[in-house]
Write a new protein. Structure first.
Length: 133
């Protein structure tokens, strides 16, 4: 029982460290790319696509004959990607775009984010699996 608790605390610590780094990186990206009201939210789009790619790489690495360690997957996949990517900002930005009358931009942002994220994740999985062969 105590060993399970120690492992859980180690896992939580790894996720927290990765999340702190990911959140800092997210803020850093957003601070370098200004977005005007009613414009396509480029910073959130970038972090979500890049995060999807990284998470795809992590997922691909866990499928290998010698898979990525659980600790690295938690640190980078759950922690860093969880802190770096942001669904809540994506949702709020779309609400703001719609309320501001930028419906076409909102629809474009939603479609590009969903399709781009899925393609980036699939590319991450494919690249890791192909390079491991």
């Amino acid at each position: 029982m105590a060993l399970c608790y120690v492992r859980l605390m180690k896992d939580v610590f790894l996720v927290m460290v990765g999340g702190a780094v990911g959140s800092g990186l997210r803020y850093w990206v957003g601070s370098f790319i200004p977005v005007a009201a009613g414009a396509f939210p480029v910073p959130t789009f970038i972090v979500n696509i890049v995060g999807s790619f990284i998470l795809g790489c992590i997922a691909g690495a866990t499928m290998l004959p010698h898979p990525l360690s659980r600790s690295v997957a938690l640190l980078v996949g759950t922690g860093l990607c969880g802190g770096f990517t942001t669904y809540s900002a994506f949702a709020l930005e779309n609400v703001s775009l719609i309320h501001g009358g930028s419906i076409i931009i909102a629809i474009s942002y939603i479609a590009a984010s969903l399709l781009g994220g899925m393609l980036a994740a699939a590319a991450g999985v494919a690249i890791v699996r192909a390079t491991a062969s």
